[in-house]
Design a protein around this ligand. Structure first.
Ligand code: PMP
Length: 453
């Protein structure tokens, strides 16, 4: 008798599941149609206010039918992410422009790369010596997933020396670049349906990692008019039970902004109050021209800090960075790193370890000089931007708004690559230029840009 009841229920649940699938198909097709219109009209894929309306509707419906709104909102997040995925295929980022530029270079065209954040400095000279030593040192075997123990000790000492912290090597994990650290943190600490706050404009990988892991991005937009400073009330108002993380990136890519200390204090306070993880991407910290405070200094156990040798030591292609967090979080992240790649290449770890304390202040000085020159040119061109407090970019727009995705495509034909604003959020009128080339080449690039505006 019981079995018949079970069978009946199983048939019912099966029918409901199949019906939901048909509805999902219809929903996806509608999302595709909406995507085509948005694309034609130059609208951004995500529309926060429309999503908020849906959220309110779902909450109301849950009350009416007496259903758990947390579960319903997680399900809504899944649906919203599916819409974003089907609508995002066309959108341009600095990476897509970079890849297109590389393709043109292979065909023999000369391109000035103003789109990519890759300093043209040589890595510290001792990198050469270290690389030649790894063979004799037998550093070609599998190693611990957290990284070489002596490297982690040095990284902890280095951090304590420069950031006035009291961490030890158990708080440190070596990663193949900060990008992988970002991926590990988002993928491990958050679950599908959870929400993560990103202050935009932002480096696109935060959003992409979230979408990949089924996590909903709640973007808090900032504006040039408000000096790229987020509104605290706006951050608070998008927090609900599903919110698990806030991402910070100062000095910022693409704006170069460093938050005023009191504002950053308030954000950390909100994160503590709501028990959120803070993922603080601090890879531009040594390119700070204004007062900057690491999130490490708040001693908040749910913070994860990413660092890298890519920009500070101009070692982008070596793929080496590290994470700093609580022992507990590091343990969890290590599991995914072990699963994905066993360990970071030890020859590269050894090389980075030996260059950690190398003097890179000349790079910082040169970058600042280039940014100053770019600012001067941008002012002459009557572009609108705020003076970057750090990092290596200027995020600007023209007085009369233009579609910079079209502009960046057109500019490629004339031998210049720039990063369109759409890649950093809903900033189609802006574009990012990098100060990663020598001043003469930067001027050449900007001269070409001038003729196309
Ligand atoms: N974070 C930010 C803000 C970046 O701009 C970049 C690279 N452009 C990265 C992380 C990636 O750094 P890495 O080369 O260490 O992976």
């Amino acid at each position: 008798m019981k079995m018949t009841e079970l069978e009946e229920l199983r048939t019912k649940i099966q029918e409901v599941t199949i019906e939901m699938l048909s509805l999902l198909k219809t929903r996806t097709e509608i999302a595709q149609e909406i995507g085509k219109i948005k694309n034609k009209e130059g609208m951004s894929v995500s529309d926060e206010s429309r999503e908020d309306e849906l959220r309110e509707l779902v909450k109301k419906q849950c009350q009416e039918i007496n259903f758990n709104s947390n579960t319903a909102l997680k399900f809504l997040n899944f649906l919203l992410n599916e819409s974003v995925k089907v609508q995002s295929s066309e959108s341009k980022t600095h990476l897509s422009i970079f890849l297109k530029a590389k393709e043109l270079e292979r065909e023999g065209k000369k391109i000035i790369h103003l789109e990519v954040g890759e300093p043209n400095f040589q890595p510290p000279i001792n990198v050469k010596k270290s690389l030649s030593e790894v063979y004799d040192k037998g550093l070609g075997k599998y190693g611990p997933a957290k990284g070489l123990p002596e490297f982690r000790i040095k990284l902890a000492e280095f951090t304590n020396k420069y950031f006035e912290t009291k961490i030890n090597s158990e708080n440190v994990m070596v990663t193949p670049g900060a990008r992988f650290g970002v991926f590990l943190s988002i993928t491990t600490l958050l679950d599908p349906g959870d929400e993560m706050i990103v202050i935009e404009p932002a480096w696109p990988a935060y959003r992409h990692c979230a979408i990949n892991a089924g996590i909903k991005v709640r973007s808090v937009k900032t504006t040039l008019e408000n000096k790229w400073e987020p509104d605290i009330d706006e951050i608070s108002s998008c927090i609900n039970d599903n919110t698990k993380m806030i991402v910070l990136n100062y000095p910022n890519n693409p704006t170069g902004k460093i938050l005023p200390k009191t504002l950053q204090d308030k954000i950390v306070e909100i994160a503590r109050k709501h028990d959120l993880y803070i993922l603080s991407d601090e890879i531009y910290s040594n390119y700070s021209n204004e007062e900057w405070k690491s999130v490490l200094s708040y001693d908040y156990e749910k913070s994860i800090i990413t660092q890298s040798f890519s920009k500070s030591h101009s070692m982008t292609g070596y793929r080496i960075g590290y994470l700093i967090s609580s022992e507990k979080i590091i343990e969890r992240l290590t599991k995914l790193q072990a699963l994905c790649l066993t360990n970071v290449s030890e020859p590269i770890q050894y090389t980075a370890m030996n260059s950690l304390e190398e003097d890179v202040t000349d790079n910082v000085k040169t970058m600042d000089e280039r940014l100053t020159k770019l600012e001067e040119i941008c002012k002459e061109m009557e572009l609108e931007f705020i003076k970057p407090d750090g990092a290596m970019y200027i995020f600007a727009r023209t007085k009369n708004p233009i579609n910079t995705s079209e502009l960046s495509e057109k500019l490629l034909e004339h031998g210049v690559a720039i990063a369109p604003g759409i890649g950093f959020g809903d900033y189609n009128e802006f574009f990012r230029i990098s100060a990663c080339l020598d001043i003469k080449t930067l001027i050449q690039g900007m001269d070409i840009l001038k003729t196309r505006l």
